[in-house]
Design a protein around this ligand. Structure first.
Ligand code: FPP
Length: 250
């Protein structure tokens, strides 16, 4: 929300804009973490999967409403068949171990990505987690799997074009209307994007949704990303001056 005074735009940030409602994390560094310990890369993914539970609980306790984690990108299919197969079995391990606890905690599971292209059993487990938790009102825990943001935007554009063709919507739409065609349609934009393991890239993650996100790049690999590190990131977020392109007027 903004108002004009002396030609400067004064931002009146709502409580929601100041609050860190939606945190997205690029969980990087599992492979290097495992190699540094003389273990196969897959050992890092296993510890990484368990860390999803730890960080989900920490996020919920910090008052974060949406936690969106990048588990597998549309580009990750280029990895070795063994590694891809291993990652595709992780949802079964993960939800088998933690789903009951997540239900008890009131978490709602969501998936972002083209699930139809996943192995049938992987898709079944993910669909089941979403279905079982769809009425929950606690933390929204989203897993991006076979997800790529450019693909998401192309799919949204296709669906929008189809609606125009069918006469359901006009050509002059708002950003918000276009966003309703994205996989995150009923979620707020990302407030804070974190990438672990020291890499300084976005890697085709939530490109639309991070338009005004604050960014944190931390040196810790994902298996070493603790609740304390998350807390530190959220504290950093609290110190940022979010202006959404406007000018802060004192
Ligand atoms: C990136 O590290 C990590 C991945 C591609 C896989 C992430 C998956 C998980 C943490 C588990 C997913 C959990 C669920 C619930 C499905 P990397 O392998 O690219 O690490 P590197 O950069 O050191 O090679």
């Amino acid at each position: 929300m903004s108002a004009f005074r002396n030609n400067a735009i004064i931002l009146h940030m709502s409580e929601n804009e100041k609050k860190c409602r939606h945190v997205a994390i690029i969980m990087d560094g599992n492979g290097r973490w495992a190699k540094a310990q003389g273990k196969p890369r897959t050992a890092g993914h296993l510890v990484g999967a368990d860390n999803v539970r730890t960080i989900a609980i920490a996020a919920s306790e910090l008052g974060i409403e949406y936690l969106t984690l990048y588990a597998f990108s549309t580009e990750n299919w280029k990895r070795s068949q063994d590694e891809v197969n291993y990652i595709m079995k992780l949802p079964s391990y993960f939800f088998g171990k933690y789903m009951k606890e997540f239900i008890d905690r009131g978490y709602r599971m969501r998936m972002l990505g083209e699930l139809d292209r996943l192995p049938a059993e992987t898709k079944r487990v993910l669909d089941d987690a979403v279905e079982q938790s769809k009425t929950n009102t606690g933390l929204n825990l989203s897993i991006a799997i076979n997800y790529g943001s450019q693909r998401e935007i192309v799919l949204a554009a296709e669906r929008y074009a189809k609606d125009v063709q069918d006469g359901k919507i006009g050509l002059d739409i708002t950003n918000e209307q276009f966003a309703s065609y994205l996989m995150t349609s009923d979620m707020p934009d990302v407030d804070l994007l974190i990438r672990t393991s020291g890499e300084l890239r976005i890697s085709n993650y939530l490109l639309w949704q991070i338009a005004y996100a604050e960014l944190e790049f931390v040196p810790e690999a994902w298996p070493d990303f603790t609740p304390d590190v998350l807390k530190r990131c959220v504290e950093q977020f609290g110190k940022r001056d979010r202006r959404y392109g406007g000018i802060k007027y004192e």
